[in-house]
Write a protein that binds this ligand. Structure first.
Ligand SMILES: *[C@@H]1O[C@H](CO)[C@@H](O)[C@H](O)[C@H]1NC(C)=O
Length: 472
């Protein structure tokens, strides 16, 4: 009996252990790929080590800015190393906030998530040095033509890409998210093949934090855009793809487009094997030259700190250069806007003077002066009317008091009572008449004032109308 129960216990134990192991394997299978992930506030060193950044892409203290909303500029962000699995999930949060003060409708801006076969860094490195970061070409405005000539005409990456793109586009047809695959044989452009029919209508420029999940399996790709919907594509996916983002502000000459920020990117491996090279190994080990060997020695010397410092200063200098280059267009736009405004004001002023002169000539009157004198008269009249009314009121009061006095005196002496009463009555009548007259006069002066006010206001309105019609 004891033997049987012991055997049972052993079996239960082994089942439990097996289950635990299975659980462990499942958990192990979902591993994050830190070399391909970016924190909400990016770690600059990790970013520089694992990613290739060009153009408008810039880390800030709160996110990774893909574009600060400058028209006719592109930015790219690609991982330097492949994802070694074809069973993984990409999840990222972004916000795109359009420029509230734009008066015209900015179009043809957007950004894309890429999952491509080639080492995109390799493909973008030369063109970005030649064109995107070329000061002369930036100033001349010719950089994008040359960049597109290199086949990089699709939001800063290749039209004839080999892989999959998730496109967030703002076009005439509205704002969409679409999913498109290409084996390098198609050359889609925005407005010609893009947005793809496999699309969701979604205002991705809503200024909010939107999340996106892209699940890649060996056979499919599934894109979930927040709670707005899901896009699916059946497609053979090979391990060894490169991921990244690219974006483009609106067409040349447009106003500022939306500011796009990446607020965290996380890649999770669902396969059991390694999903990426370990970060430490990712740094390619170059054979050392003699000079570098020397460097290795000195790296451990007491001057190491200085060397690190100057390295950091070099990085900083590069960053500052990028910053200046990328904010230049915005500065130029501001200067232009200010200049345009001041010339407009000058024009308005001079045309106002011209108009005044014209009116004076045509009517033979000095309108402005006349208006002034009308105003003055109005004030004078009002003054007179008020004074007059008060004076008359005072006189009436004293008259009233006199009569009252007489009445009282008369009442004390009996003889005269009758005749004085009569006098009192008749004087009361006179008083009433006078009061009536006084009221009428007051009314008339009010009407006069009102009339003059109305006339003045309508004249003033006339001026306002001219101003509105931009005659002045
Ligand atoms: C991809 O290209 C870049 C730039 O040439 C290079 O630094 C990087 O090592 C390449 N990646 C791989 C895995 O070869």
């Amino acid at each position: 009996m004891a033997g049987t129960s012991g055997h049972c216990r052993k079996r239960i134990c082994s089942v439990l252990v097996a289950e635990l192991l299975l659980q462990l394997v499942v958990t192990l299978a979902e591993t994050p790929l830190p070399g391909h992930s970016i924190d909400k506030v990016p770690d600059i060193n990790r970013l520089a080590q694992m990613w290739f950044l060009s153009g408008t892409v810039m880390p800030s203290h709160r996110s990774l800015i893909l574009t600060p909303g400058v028209a006719d500029r592109i930015g790219t962000l690609f991982n330097r190393y492949p994802i070694l699995t074809n069973d993984f999930e990409v999840s990222f949060t972004f916000s795109a906030k359009r420029n509230a003060s734009s008066t015209t409708n900015v179009e043809n801006d957007g950004f894309a998530f890429w999952y491509v076969k080639e080492n995109a860094t390799e493909a973008l490195r030369e063109p970005s040095i030649q064109h995107t970061h070329n000061q002369d070409k930036l100033i001349a405005g010719s950089w994008h033509t040359d960049y597109a000539k290199d086949g990089l005409g699709l939001l800063g990456y290749k039209n004839h890409f080999n892989g999959v793109g998730v496109f967030f586009l703002n076009t005439k047809e509205g704002k969409t998210v679409s999913l498109k695959a290409n084996d390098g044989s198609l050359t889609p452009e925005i407005g010609n093949g893009l947005p793809d029919k496999n699309q969701l209508h979604f205002d991705y420029q809503n200024g909010e934090d939107n999340w996106v999940k892209i699940r890649v399996t060996p056979e499919t790709i599934e894109v979930t855009v927040g709670s707005s919907g899901v896009l699916r594509l059946d497609r053979k996916n090979e391990p060894g793809g490169y991921i990244g983002f690219s974006c483009r502000g609106a067409d040349q000459g447009s106003e500022r487009s939306a500011v796009v920020e990446l607020k965290g990117l996380k890649i999770t491996n669902f396969a059991t094997g390694a999903g990426e090279e370990s970060i430490a190994k990712a740094e390619p080990a170059k054979p050392l030259t003699d000079a570098e060997k020397e460097d290795m020695l000195s790296a451990h010397s007491s001057f190491k700190d200085h060397r690190d410092e100057s390295e950091a200063i070099k990085e900083l200098t590069n960053m500052v250069f990028k910053l200046i280059v990328e904010t230049k267009p915005a500065q130029n736009q501001m200067v232009q806007a200010l200049e345009a405004l001041s010339t407009r004001i000058t024009k308005v002023e001079s045309s106002f003077d011209l108009l005044k002169a014209e009116i004076d000539k045509k009517t033979g009157h000095k309108l402005a002066q006349e208006f002034e004198s009308i105003k003055k008269e109005l004030v004078d009249i009002q003054g007179f009317a008020t004074k007059d009314t008060t004076d008359r009121g005072k006189k009436l009061e004293s008259l009233h008091a006199d009569i009252e006095h007489a009445h009282r005196t008369a009442a004390s002496g009996n003889d005269l009572t009758g005749s004085l009463d009569n006098l009192h009555d008749s004087s009361n009548k006179v008083l009433e008449q006078l009061q009536g007259e006084h009221k009428r006069m007051f009314g008339i002066s009010i009407v006069a004032i009102a009339f003059i006010l109305v006339a003045g206001l309508s004249l003033y309105n006339k001026f306002r109308c001219w101003e509105k019609k931009h005659v002045l």
